[in-house]
Design a protein around this ligand. Structure first.
Ligand SMILES: *Cc1c(COP(=O)(O)O)cnc(C)c1O
Length: 485
């Protein structure tokens, strides 16, 4: 296979005096040194000098080396890399939203506040909660906010308590959020179905426990079918139930967390409600609560008074602000646009297709790849490399080889309770054709593992670089260009 030609650094293309823009000669006197001594940066001496053609081609070529959800399936488990409709982008970039100043007086931003209030209302309806705050800007930020609300409510009752219970199938951010909020984490074991073991929960749940944080569906892609009983056990000892609802695309329009006994949850709008979020942002992790927790919500709360929207700061029990201004406003606009374009039937279809697609992949690959937990899948399924290990092939080899077949690798080695995990979440936006392409690639790789494992060990073969030292690439990236003497 022919490797791509190496793209030079922009500094290497640079030649003194080249310009990307040319203007006609001035017909007015030139004003010189306007910035001198104020903002003229001396250290920009080696700034690249390139023509317009060179700069456009350089960045276009770089962008084509990237994989993105606009190119094909991106089955990263727990990340919900669905296709994001372009109308969301058009709308969120509308000058009425993008050009609105976050410090503008409330009288001038009534429409902007109506957008947020309307979204809060839809989220309450979809999740079955009494109120939402849109301030948190990521799932993990929502978790921290939710745990702060629980702490505040328990303090108001007279005792913040000590522990937070977290199942071993939870998302990794959950224990971090509980810890940052000052709680000690106790792990609850999963049973052979991949759900919370009720006997262990009953034993661990004491009046020292502030909350249970449950990811539902959990990171095995399994629905906690005993959730109502689980909530009863926690409530009986005066604790709260926090639900990590990052992957609500398995539930929307079918079940509501609020009806299952959940007291607090966050939703990842950038996943379930459609914002491009590869590479770390932007996000929005709104938190929904039941009545008892409403007084503690972050300020300001958007309220209605005399037919107008106002910002209510007069909330003595509030945990305060968790984010400047109005959170990631543009992500919230995208989510509202997405919900309105889908309508109630479409919102239900999100979950129906997410579950259908994950189970189609699971059924098609069962037998070829090992499945530790055989409980029905929701939005994702978790295979492992157990069968391929016999031929010396690991989940890393399988993932790297997928790149040669034109597919993004799945999430790997997570959740930790499945050794050599391959966590596959196709999402609801993939066609039968794209799913079949992925399944065919996985089957081809299973065959290669038996017949020609060497090709897998050396994969990928079609990229400019093959196996990187991933730890060094993350910990010691080379970001500075050194001019050659
Ligand atoms: C993605 C995810 C998170 C974290 O969300 P961020 O926006 O990346 O902070 C938390 N829990 C679950 C289950 C997730 O899938």
């Amino acid at each position: 296979m022919i490797k791509e030609i190496r793209e030079p650094l922009i500094f290497e293309i640079s030649a003194a005096g080249k310009r990307a823009a040319g203007l006609p000669a001035l017909d007015v006197p030139e004003k010189k040194d306007l910035l001198a001594g104020v903002a003229l940066r001396r250290e920009l001496e080696d700034f690249p000098e390139v023509s317009e053609t060179e700069i456009v081609r350089h960045f276009t070529r770089l962008s084509q080396k990237n994989y993105c959800v606009d190119l094909g399936l991106y089955p990263l488990g727990s990340c919900t890399m669905k296709y994001n409709p372009k109308i969301n982008e058009r709308l969120s970039a509308h000058p009425a939203f993008a050009g609105s100043h976050p410090l503008a007086p409330v009288d001038l931003i009534q429409g902007n506040l109506e957008v947020l209030k309307t979204l809060e209302g839809f989220l309450c309806e979809i999740a079955g909660m009494d109120a939402f705050t849109l301030q948190p800007v990521a799932g993990a930020h929502g978790e921290l906010t939710g745990m702060m609300l629980i702490r505040a409510a328990l303090e108001a009752r007279g005792n913040a308590r000590k522990y937070v219970l977290i199942p071993d199938s939870a998302h990794g951010t959950n224990p971090s959020s509980a810890h940052i909020c000052g709680y000690t984490v106790k792990e609850i074991k999963s049973n052979e179905k991949g759900t919370i073991d009720l006997a262990s929960l009953e034993q661990a749940m004491t009046d020292e426990v502030a909350a249970l944080m449950v990811t539902n569906p959990n990171t095995l892609g399994v629905f906690e079918s005993d959730i109502v009983r689980i909530a009863e056990i926690v409530h009986a000892k005066g604790g709260f139930v926090y639900m990590d609802g990052a992957n609500m695309n398995a539930l929307t329009g079918i079940v509501r967390p609020g009806d299952m006994g959940i007291d607090v949850l966050h939703i990842n709008l950038h996943k379930t409600f459609s914002t491009p979020h590869g590479g770390g942002g932007p996000g929005s992790g709104p938190v929904g609560v039941k009545k008892e927790l409403v007084p503690f919500l972050p300020v300001p709360v958007i309220a209605e008074k005399g037919g107008r929207y106002v910002l209510d700061f007069d909330r003595p029990e509030s945990i305060g602000r968790v984010r400047a201004y109005f959170g990631n406003y543009a992500v919230n606009v995208r989510a509202l646009c997405y919900i309105l374009t889908l309508g109630p039937v479409g919102v239900r279809e999100i979950a129906e297709f997410a579950v259908l697609n994950a189970n189609y992949i699971r059924k098609s690959l069962e037998g070829e790849f090992d499945l530790k937990y055989t409980t029905a899948s929701m939005h994702e399924c978790v295979f492992s490399d157990k069968i391929q290990k016999a031929f010396g092939v690991t989940n890393l080899d399988i993932s790297k080889r997928l790149i040669d077949y034109g597919v993004h690798p799945p999430t790997m080695s997570f959740p930790l309770i499945v050794h050599g995990a391959l966590m596959i979440e196709p999402t609801e936006t993939e066609s039968r054709r794209d799913l079949d392409h992925f399944i065919d690639a996985m089957k081809a790789i299973a065959k290669e593992a038996q017949e020609n494992p060497e090709i897998l060990h050396a994969a990928p073969h079609v990229t400019y670089v093959s196996r990187l030292d991933e730890v060094a690439a993350a910990k010691f990236p080379v970001l500075r260009w050194e001019k050659k003497p």
